[in-house]
Design a protein around this ligand. Sequence first.
Ligand code: ZN
Length: 220
Amino acid sequence: MNCYLVRESDSFTLIDTGLSGGAKSMIDAARAIAPEPIARLLLTHAHMDHIGSLDELAATLGDPQVAIGRREARLLPKPPAQDRSLDPGEPQTPVKGGFPGAMTKPTHLLSDGELYGSLRVVVTPGHTPGHLAYFDERDGTLYGGDALVTVGGQVEVIGFGPWFFPMTALATWHKPTALESVRRLAELPVRRIAVGHGPVMEGGSELLRAAVKRAEAKLR
Ligand SMILES: [Zn+2]
């Protein structure tokens, strides 16, 4: 499971918070790069392996901004406040995967197309109903969260990876929606792809278009 530190002029943004117990190692990793604080915790979605250290980080860092998609925020609280309901326009398939919830409340609810720090917000539902990817327009890095996986030297649409990589696929809510989201991502001027699971890959929309083609073939 990958988390990413994104450098801003005076601070870091941390994309996703991993499993629980990771706060110290993430803060140490930032300090090893520069003395600036982690000022923003930015979530792609509310699965357990992405929000695990959120509460611990929020407590340790003091008062960081905490940002998540407006739709996904319904899945962030602990039960019973957690809302797993689906909206009328959405596929009526139950959400999948672990949503343990967090005590920390978001300070920012993000919408498609807005700029958060240096990152462009891209709504990419499918893995979860309110999944977000983030695109750094400065260097062309796409932080894809679990909209994509990189495995076996390739980028794959989440839920369409090879059989030996089933974990994130089993936790994917609606595969055709995930495919549609990657079609959107392929329109961005991407130069590097950094995902939640798998190594960072150099390359751009040609990799995403190839992933879409492979997924379309599997969907048929
Ligand atoms: Zn996930």
